[in-house]
Write a protein that binds this ligand. Structure first.
Ligand SMILES: [Zn+2]
Length: 54
């Protein structure tokens, strides 16, 4: 699977999330932002930035 971070535009290392599915939360290994999986299509993961409300 491939995922581009919407914040820093770097590839997120999806090998750390072999069971990623819609609704799962992943973390960008480059900028550390938390992302929620919105859609997985043709091996491409679309994510949305999660506002943790801190
Ligand atoms: Zn990032």
């Amino acid at each position: 699977m491939k995922c581009v971070c919407p914040e820093c535009k770097n590839d997120v290392d999806m090998s750390a999330y072999p069971t990623a599915a819609v609704g799962h939360v992943i973390e960008c290994n480059t900028c550390g932002i938390v992302l929620e999986v919105r859609k997985i299509e043709n091996g491409v993961v679309e994510t949305e930035i999660v506002d943790e409300g801190k």
